[in-house]
Ligand binder design. Sequence first.
Ligand code: AP5
Length: 231
Amino acid sequence: MILVLLGPPGVGKGTQGARIALHYVLPTISTGAMLREAISKGTKLGKIAEGYRIDRGEYVPDEIIVEAVDERIEEPDCLNGFLLDGFPRTIPQAKVFAGVLLKKKRRLTGVIDFYAPIDAVVKRFSGRRICSICGTTYHITSQPPKIEGICDLEGGTLITRPDDEPDVVQHRMEVYHEKTTPLRDYYRECGVLHTIDADQDPDLVFRATIELLNRLEAEETLIFEQGKWNV
Ligand code: AP5
């Protein structure tokens, strides 16, 4: 199964991505997390990305992120499928990614477009906290940790992401609308876009997502059995 998770900043892609990955035993490739980790470790990708101010909500250039994803999906854990969170994020990224999949003779199972009204999404930022060690996401009211301020998994201190500051959030929304919303029409025309109502409890969002994915998985099995993987 190869999935793309689409939706505005803060809609819950990372939250649902972690659950889907666990359910289907798939690796999640979050380009945002990948860039944050690269910057904190000072890797070559991190040094390049740092110059583009992702902490201020700017996108890194398409060719840089496409190359990083292309390399990542070559790793053995991606052999049976993977989940992309935050990629593709522009039409050029989507077009190059389609070519990459075609070259590797792999098929995109579907694109899940998580939808919630902007005011609901913006409220989520003020309460988001992430683990300073493993990056696991929490929310002070809707997904609190067992011990306040401490990650359930790694015991790391929970911190606020620099791009969750209100002025940066506003800018991220603008960048999203300009550069990423056109992807919805692109994937709708490709016949792979599926919208999920993300303006409800995370458990209900997950249930709706799994119902959709079970259906897509069954369709995919049929396509493979009929030998039509590339149509
Ligand atoms: P990235 O990390 O991908 O950020 P994003 O897309 O802006 O998404 P977020 O991580 O902010 O939100 P989310 O949808 O994952 O929500 P979450 O589950 O955390 O990218 C960061 C930056 O990297 C970009 O701005 C860009 O600069 C750069 N970048 C990344 N990919 C790139 C690319 N392909 N090309 C160029 N640049 C790129 O949930 C949010 C909060 O809400 C949490 O606290 C959560 O607990 C809570 N919550 C979740 N679901 C619910 C619910 N149903 N009800 C109530 N609360 C909920």
